[in-house]
Design a protein around this ligand. Structure first.
Ligand SMILES: [Zn+2]
Ligand SMILES: [Zn+2]
Length: 80
């Protein structure tokens, strides 16, 4: 099993940071409050957190595995 750690703190993005009012994956408009993130591997834009997970797993499986292997030997809580 491999678990991937995301930044756990919540940071409100400005409209400028977001640059879109809908998800880059499912194309649904964001709600008033939504959990979003960006892809680590391409500039697809802001996506729902769950959508980004699906996108990364389907579009970047190889890159994801490479990244996992790259960090395998490091301790769990090594924040770069
Ligand atoms: Zn979405
Ligand atoms: Zn991507």
């Amino acid at each position: 099993m491999t678990l991937l750690w995301r930044d756990s703190w919540l940071k409100p993005l400005s409209d400028f940071d977001v640059g879109a009012d809908k998800c880059g994956y499912c194309k649904k408009a964001f709600r008033k409050i939504d959990f979003v993130t960006a892809c680590d591997f391409c500039d697809k834009g802001i996506m729902h957190d769950a959508c980004a997970n699906k996108h990364i797993l389907s579009a970047h499986k190889k890159q994801l595995e490479a990244k996992i292997n790259l960090h395998k030997d490091k301790p769990l809580h090594d924040f770069q």
